[in-house]
Write a protein of this length. Sequence first.
Length: 253
Amino acid sequence: MREIVRLVGGVLGPDVIGSCLHGSSVLGGLRPASDLDVLVVSRRRMDEQQRRTLLGGLLLISGSRDEVRPVELTVVVQSEVRPWRYPPTGDFLYGEWLRAEYEAGQVPRPEPMPDLALLITMARAGNRPLTGPRPAQLLDPVPHADLVRASVAGIPGLLADLDGDTRNVLLTLARTWTTLATGRIRSKDAAADWALARLPPQHRPALEHARRLYLDFHYGEESWSDALRARVRPLVDRVLAEIDRLCDSSPRP
């Protein structure tokens, strides 16, 4: 965290209004494969040199291997999210799943980021600043309707990653279900507990396994038996049906 704060401060200087934690750090604690999730709020958009410098520093700090903690860093210009509107625009996003693209020369650019609705909600709930004011003072609350929209917007991307990132996809779908049902964003293991209590027995084993992997194992230690793999898609279909039901019953924005 100290390295990230130094890097961001060195690149953005006085344009940094504040930075804070979100994700696992504030929802229940970092697990073996958790990213270190940081949200930075800036006064203005970065120029090209700042983007390249920040990206280069993050490629050195963030780990692409199990023994080094991966970093997910999001930069947002405060005027893009305060007052809040949907869809929000992010100024910069770094995540290890994009490392190959970065190393091939791609540089993060401003783009619509529906996920910011979830990030900001987690940051405000955790209220854990790294620099500057507390997130609850820095960022406006996100309406529940926009949490729903952001959660649903991410589902196609999740389904595309189901085979290669099974544990995270199952846990994130469970979190989406509980967020839509309760308006609260839980940690992945707590979301799994919530979902398991509401699933019929035949759909529980795959989610129980994903929860156990999340709590105890790095990605390199992950394994799925053929029997568990066979249960993944029926579980996904059941959770998607519950999500669809909740979306159909929600007021339209």
